[in-house]
Write a protein that binds this ligand. Structure first.
Ligand code: K7E
Ligand code: CUA
Length: 667
């Protein structure tokens, strides 16, 4: 959820009324007890216990922290260009950000999901959603790079995304906005929402070996807003649960008009049944347009393909596929406990926390214990699905995770606290202030079948003064708590990149030894690779000039190039020949209307450059690589279009006729 001020203000009043909750805790500075520092201290040279993958919100990126130290390990570019690495600027990576709308340099990444095997994070891939132009990204945890981005048709907002089924059979993505479908005429009055706008949830198939994604099928649903979701587990393996809001189907001032009804819905989907129906050919093929971008590690290049078909099941045509469960007041988080029996809906405006029972939902379906239907979908009676309610949990519940010991921890946006409660007896065990309005939280493995527990990391919604002031903009923040005892103990604040929504954390051992150290230059299949200095060359083809250039400590080959002419398009294909871990070289050229390249050992990356006037253009290595890094530089000469300067290139041989001498004193 973004910083919804009106909601905050509306609820701030309610907050004041309820004396047992205080919005701004007192003594905010000194609640940390003496042993906190030792619990988060990771000595220099030692590794953290856990990796924490955190969404970068409106930065469009994903960042990786070490837990318990809170040290920032990496920011991985996903949906936004990254001038530092050249992601989205190099010819090889530009296709990653292609969409059916063209090249887009930004998105808003809210949710992070790890690939699962038997309901437990397996450390292979991590997925993130593009919230604005609907996309799902897959990051490969061998390289910590974005390996694939798939756009989603018939969607807008893609907020309820990306959530995995128990074996990553599917990554599931629900649309935030209902909209007219892509293959229909969308030029309709906005207030014909009820007639023309529909919802979509997408089931993205994930290849179990390569991880490659494809839209398996989409479910067409009534026109509501999907907010969040989670898959079932164990006994509820076949099901998926989505929180919805705006069942009023309002198209304006949703703040008021989408909060008319006392309850919105949790939507329960039998995805196994949907899969069977699709296999039986019951889906309708629709023509749409969406981009599918894949980064190939062998060629070190991405390709973008426009797909043009999707298989759709309209849920109202298939009884038994989808049910609605009333859930108090605009549910946000929709969280399934490790056993798969309990489903927690967090109504943002509700004064209680409903916990639904999977068994009771199944019984209600069998007994047809419905209160009616909504756009042709049966609505289960609230009490028939309800396991129980956590009474007076706090104000503004948003998200819940589980500690693996039968307890849940929920964030409360309005009362600025986290609350630990027992899933069986629904009794509150502990509440701790968070010093800012929290949104998402992450217990390592806390949404899986086997939570690792030990910590909860709580992410802010509204930034507060936790750090030295830095002008009008305060940094986003996370807080780390120890949850091993009944009382949760605050250990640490650490700043985050962009707005941290969802996050995932796994033991470091799951990933660290599989992490790639360098690319084998001999296996480099980039069509423009130079595998040694002997393979370097400059090739003219009409107005296109390809420079096959290598970098190794501490020179480029070639480093003198002449014969480039005005009107040329020059492609600098830089291969880093190093085969030692952690010796990147950079590449930048004066006046280039793009970013640098940062090239890892064994990799080739390409910078496109069109000189705008004749002259000498220096280029250099931007990443300190040796004591003679500053000497790692070169020149390219640009001549007028009609000039007869021949195309030449060299390193170390284009010597002057004369030598420089110091004229002796007194002569
Ligand atoms: Cu609650 Cu976009 Cu998951 Cu933010 S969302 S908190
Ligand atoms: Cu290569 Cu600095």
């Amino acid at each position: 959820m973004k910083k919804t001020k009106p909601l905050f203000l509306a609820l701030a009043g309610a907050c004041l009324l309820m004396a047992q909750y205080s919005c701004k805790p007192k003594n905010a500075g000194n609640a940390v007890s003496g042993d906190a520092a030792s619990k988060t201290y990771v000595p220099p040279g030692k590794y953290d216990e856990l990796y924490n993958f955190v969404s970068g919100g409106f930065s469009g990126q994903m960042s990786v922290y070490g837990i318990p130290s809170g040290r920032l390990l990496r920011v991985i570019p996903v949906f936004s260009v990254d001038p530092q690495s050249g992601y989205g600027y190099s010819e090889e990576t530009k296709p990653m950000l292609n969409t059916s709308h063209g090249f887009i340099p930004w998105d808003d990444l809210h949710h992070v999901e790890m690939s699962l095997t038997d309901g437990v994070a397996d450390g292979r891939w991590v997925f993130g959603n593009g919230n604005n132009t609907p996309r799902v990204a897959r990051l490969d945890l061998k390289t910590f790079r974005t390996a694939e981005i798939l756009e989603l048709p018939n969607s807008a907002g893609n907020h309820s995304s990306p959530f995995a089924t128990e074996n990553t059979e599917y990554i599931v993505a629900g649309t935030r906005f209902s909209v007219p479908m892509d293959n229909s005429n969308g030029d309709v009055p906005i207030n014909t929402y009820r007639q023309n706008f529909r919802g979509t949830v997408s089931f993205i198939k994930v290849d179990p070996t390569s991880g490659n994604m494809s839209v398996g099928f989409q479910l067409r649903t009534p026109g509501v807003n999907f907010d969040l979701s989670h898959s079932g587990k164990g006994k509820s393996h076949d099901w998926f649960f989505f929180s919805t809001y705006n069942i009023e189907q309002a198209n304006t001032l949703l703040e008021v008009n989408a909060s008319q009804r006392d309850k919105d819905f949790i939507m329960a989907v039998n995805w196994k049944k949907a899969e069977e129906l699709v296999q039986q050919g019951k889906g309708k093929k629709e023509s749409v347009k969406y981009a599918h971008n894949i980064y190939d590690e062998k060629t070190h290049s991405a390709t973008s393909k426009i797909e043009n078909e999707v298989t759709v099941l309209d849920v109202k045509d298939f009884p038994g596929l989808v049910y609605f469960i009333p859930c108090p007041k605009s549910p946000h988080g929709c969280d399934v406990d490790p056993t798969g029996e309990y489903i927690v809906g967090s109504g943002k405006l509700a004064a209680l926390l409903p916990v639904f029972s999977f068994d009771k939902i199944q019984k209600a379906i069998a007994d047809k214990d419905f209160i009616g239907d909504y756009d042709g979908i049966p609505v289960i009676r609230y009490e028939a699905a309800l396991y129980g309610e956590v009474q007076k949990p706090g104000l503004g519940p948003l998200h819940t995770e589980f500690d693996g010991k039968g307890n849940a921890v929920t964030t409360f946006f309005v009362s600025s606290e986290i609350v630990k409660w027992n899933v069986k007896d629904l009794k509150i065990i502990d509440r701790q202030p968070t010093y800012y309005s929290p949104g998402h939280l992450c217990i390592p493995g806390g949404d899986t079948k086997k939570p690792y527990g030990k910590y909860v990391i709580v992410y802010n919604k509204i930034t507060k003064d936790r750090y030295l002031p830095t002008g009008p903009e305060l940094n986003q923040s996370a807080q780390l708590f120890d949850i091993t005892g009944d009382k949760m103990q605050l250990l640490l604040d650490f700043p985050t990149i962009g707005e941290p929504h969802y996050a995932q954390a796994v033991p470091a051992d799951l990933i660290k030894d599989k992490s790639l150290r360098l690319f084998d230059v001999n296996a480099n299949a980039n069509p423009y690779v130079a595998k040694g200095e002997g393979e370097t060359k400059v090739v003219r083809n009409g107005k296109r000039v390809d420079v096959y250039i290598t970098s190794i400590r501490s020179h480029f080959t070639p480093d003198n190039i002449e014969g480039i002419k005005m009107g040329d398009e020059v492609y600098w294909h830089v291969t880093n020949l190093e085969q030692d871990w952690d010796v990147p070289h950079g590449f930048a050229i004066k006046g280039a209307l793009t970013a640098e390249l940062l090239i890892m050992p064994g990799e080739t990356q390409t910078l496109k450059w069109s000189p705008e006037k004749p002259g000498i253009y220096p280029f250099y290595c931007t990443d300190f690589c040796s004591a003679l890094h500053q000497e790692m530089q070169g020149y390219v000469r640009v001549s007028p279009a009609g000039s007869n300067v021949p195309l030449t290139f060299s390193t170390g041989t284009n010597m002057p006729k004369d030598t420089v001498a110091i004229t002796p004193a007194g002569k």
